[in-house]
Write a protein that binds this ligand. Structure first.
Ligand code: NAP
Length: 236
């Protein structure tokens, strides 16, 4: 069915009735997720704190701005996330039935030298941002009477195994997994699924910030000996 991808006039696409909201959609994994959803026929809301990168993602999607939209939002700000979901509902006349939480940052530093602000900021974006989006989307879905929804959150392998220089990031990603499990338990009765994925190292702007020495060690643990490819090497 790969030939149908990208053409809405072809055979019915798997996600043609869906509206998907993707945070961190301006780069890396979030951008690849936006593309994949759009190729499967979904309308996509590209959310990012950086407008130009979000617009670039939008331009790369099949049916660009006729079908999809950009919203500039800082996911760590409760008011912004609330306004985002209200604005999406207004524009599309329904809440998103899928939310993928890809927005994330790193502010690396060794534990003994890390400023409290760097710890707090990473927790705020990665963990609280994910909480705020789950809560706003779930509230909107329940209020609209929708009987199903799907929320996918990005954890990280280092949230399980730890990593030098990333006490803040690893704590946030371990938190995302726990947040996902508790949210799944609470939201199941509304038909809303909540899942997390826990990727290894993927070749994006975020991974490019990892010092070469650390990366070298990481790659020694990867059987393929290379970083993962967000754009779908998985399906080749
Ligand atoms: P990326 O290329 O840096 O993309 C992250 C995007 O999130 C960027 O466009 C970034 O904008 C945006 N963002 C940052 N803060 C935001 C905020 N407050 N509100 C809204 N958007 C914000 O990183 P990535 O590698 O694709 O990572 C995507 C997700 O996967 C993250 O949650 C990351 O922790 C997770 N992950 C990544 C890897 C990896 O190896 N790459 C592995 C495991 C998990 P700016 O660029 O302007 O900051």
């Amino acid at each position: 069915m790969a030939a149908a991808a990208g053409s809405l006039s072809g055979p019915r696409l798997r996600l043609s009735s869906r509206l998907a909201l993707v945070t961190g959609g301006g780069s890396g994994i979030g951008r690849a997720v936006c593309r994949r959803f759009a190729e499967e026929g979904s309308a996509v809301v590209v959310v990012d704190v950086d407008e130009s990168s979000a617009e670039e993602t939008l331009r790369s999607l099949p049916h660009g701005d006729q079908r999809h939209s950009v919203f500039v939002t800082d996911v760590s700000c409760p008011q912004s996330v609330h306004s985002l979901v209200s604005a999406v509902q207004k524009q599309f006349s329904r809440p998103p039935c899928v939310a993928v939480n890809c927005a994330g940052i790193t502010m690396d530093g060794l534990l003994l030298k890390m400023e409290a602000e760097a710890f707090e900021r990473v927790l705020k974006v990665n963990l609280m941002g994910t909480f705020l989006v789950i809560q706003a989307v779930a509230r909107a879905l329940i209020a609209s009477g929708a009987k199903r929804g799907s929320i996918v959150n990005l954890g990280s392998i280092v949230g399980k195994v730890g990593n030098l220089g990333q006490t803040n990031y690893t704590a946030s990603k371990a938190g995302v997994v726990a947040l996902t499990k508790s949210s799944a338990k609470e939201l199941a009765r509304f038909g809303i699924r909540c899942n997390a994925i826990v990727p290894g190292f993927i070749d994006t702007r975020m991974a490019a910030k990892v010092p070469p020495k650390v990366l070298e060690k990481v790659l020694q643990l990867v059987p393929m000996g290379r970083l993962g490819d967000a754009s779908g090497g998985l399906f080749m």
